[in-house]
Design a protein around this ligand. Structure first.
Ligand code: SIN
Ligand code: FE2
Length: 206
């Protein structure tokens, strides 16, 4: 089953079955061993976000007080290039993105029980013809999605482990965020919490 939850925003509940979720969990673990989680900081204020992050792919999204939101080829703390995007993640892009070129960045967000993410647009990419593909693992999130203006009406859906969301077309710049995590709703991650992966194309094809 798939559903359109806002113009251009498609929801694929149960996209990954349990074995695929376990395989993705292991792939994310390998990425984190190569590229440790870091605490992203807001531009100018330096206020820490409540999620921890890492990336895989040729580019990774980072943010800090001095230089703000950006993509870069290396980890902000280790200086090492991001590890490649695991095949299981590339497969999800091929199946869901309807876009000819592979993703350049896979941002991985770790949510503890208290973490959240304010309403925002993903607009640090130039390749807006490519969608953002989102995969969720672990505890369920209350995900909020609206329109192209912050003041547009929003709706809230529960993103459970294995669910996918695609923001494409007129939904590519839809405001979205995570209001809260529902602790204890999944057994996938032994320590609890939630992992969200977002696959992005940053620059248009040559
Ligand atoms: C994000 O917007 O980067 C994350 C969305 C989510 O956690 O579902
Ligand atoms: Fe986002």
């Amino acid at each position: 089953m798939t559903a359109t939850i806002a113009p251009g925003v498609r929801f694929y509940p149960g996209y990954l079955d349990r074995p695929a979720q376990e395989a993705l969990r292991e792939a994310v673990g390998a990425v984190v061993r190569a590229a440790p989680l870091f605490v992203p900081r807001m531009p100018r204020s330096g206020k820490p976000m409540s999620v921890q992050m890492t990336n895989c792919g040729p580019l990774g999204w980072v943010t800090d007080e001095a230089r703000g939101y950006r993509y870069q080829t290396t980890h902000p703390e280790t200086g090492v290039p991001w590890p490649p995007i695991p095949e299981i993640i590339l497969k999800a892009w091929r199946e869901l993105a309807d876009y000819p070129d592979p993703p350049q960045a896979c941002l991985i967000n770790f949510y503890s029980a208290e973490a959240r993410m304010g309403l925002h647009q993903d607009k640090d990419e130039q390749a807006l013809a490519a969608p953002v593909v989102s995969l969720s693992l672990g505890d369920t999130a209350l995900f909020r999605v609206g329109g192209l203006k912050r003041s547009d009406p929003t709706r809230s859906i529960r993103l459970a482990s294995g669910d996918a969301v695609v923001l494409g077309g007129e939904g590519r710049l839809a405001f979205h965020g995570v209001d809260r995590i529902l602790p204890g709703t999944s057994t996938l991650l032994p320590e609890g919490g939630r992992i969200n992966l977002t696959l992005r194309r940053v620059s248009p094809p040559e």
